[in-house]
Design a binder for this molecule. Sequence first.
Ligand SMILES: C[S@@+](CC[C@H](N)C(=O)[O-])C[C@H]1O[C@@H](n2cnc3c(N)ncnc32)[C@H](O)[C@@H]1O
Ligand SMILES: Nc1nc2[nH]cc(C(=O)O)c2c(=O)[nH]1
Ligand code: SF4
Ligand SMILES: [Mg+2]
Length: 181
Amino acid sequence: MRKINEIFYSLQGEGYHTGMPAVFVRFSGCNLKCSFCDTRHEEGTWMSDEDIVREVIKYPARVVILTGGEPGLWIDERLVDALHQEGKYVCIETNGTCLLPENIDWVTCSPKEGAELKLDRMDEVKVVYVGQDVSPYLDLPAGHYFLQPCSCSNTGEVIAYILQHPEWRLSLQTHKLLQIP
Ligand SMILES: C[S@@+](CC[C@H](N)C(=O)[O-])C[C@H]1O[C@@H](n2cnc3c(N)ncnc32)[C@H](O)[C@@H]1O
Ligand SMILES: Nc1nc2[nH]cc(C(=O)O)c2c(=O)[nH]1
Ligand code: SF4
Ligand SMILES: [Mg+2]
């Protein structure tokens, strides 16, 4: 059984897959307490893998995004397999502090200052920019490097930084701009 905060259908608002329809599975709880965290994730109900898959397949999209809270605390190959059995493409939003099952299709790592990274594989890095030194994150083994304004509040500052450091790309939280989930 796994503790689930919510399962909902929307567009991926952030990062490389922005605009993709996706089913979000939000796990409860986290091992970090980021001051800027925009998500209330502690509440949850216990669901079996069968319950989770049954809810996910109510929606027509192929993409499933495991998030939280920190989904790395909860997931294993068995859950990812069960979603693969239904033809789903499984993505994860993670802070990078947990080892992940090998069979995940797409890893979005959002490293946090002072939190040790355990991942050796990731597809994109997506850093919430609050003025910190982000240059070390360019050494992470990813294919895409995104900076994301914090709660849409410092977009100008992020644009200015990226114009001076063009290895980075802008990720907007487009779901917040559009006022969708
Ligand atoms: C709520 S977290 C859940 C997944 C995981 N715990 C993590 O931090 O990657 C999902 C994404 O939202 C980002 N995020 C959290 N709070 C934010 C905020 N106030 N503004 C912009 N992005 C934020 C995180 O960095 C992460 O990329
Ligand atoms: N639309 C939408 N896109 C998202 N991408 C990552 C999210 C998250 O909270 O992990 C998120 C979210 O909460 N909503
Ligand atoms: S790691 Fe993610 S879920 Fe946990 S507190 Fe930070 S932003 Fe929120
Ligand atoms: Mg969110």
